[in-house]
Design a protein. Structure first.
Length: 83
């Protein structure tokens, strides 16, 4: 689902992400077909409920060259609320 916060713990270590598209096909059960367990999924555990424009701006930040899209500059979330 768009604007969900997820956790991917492989292959390069733990990584949190905010999805800007519906990623249930890729990150949902069966989407990780390169792993032994075909039902494995990246857990999404929260949803952005406001501030969508900030998330979109973060995703438009420049990325380093290469296959994995690391941002050129780190982005810090300075505050958030859990509802």
């Amino acid at each position: 689902v768009k604007y969900t916060l997820g956790y991917a713990g492989r292959p390069g270590g733990p990584d949190f992400y905010i999805s800007v598209q519906d990623n249930s096909k890729v990150h949902g059960p069966g989407g990780q077909t390169s792993y032994e367990d075909p039902t494995e999924a990246d857990p999404c555990f929260a949803k952005v409920v406001e501030g969508f424009e900030v998330v979109d701006r973060m995703h438009q930040s420049p990325v380093k060259p290469g296959g994995y899209k690391h941002m050129e500059k780190n982005v810090a979330i300075l505050s958030m609320r859990i509802l």
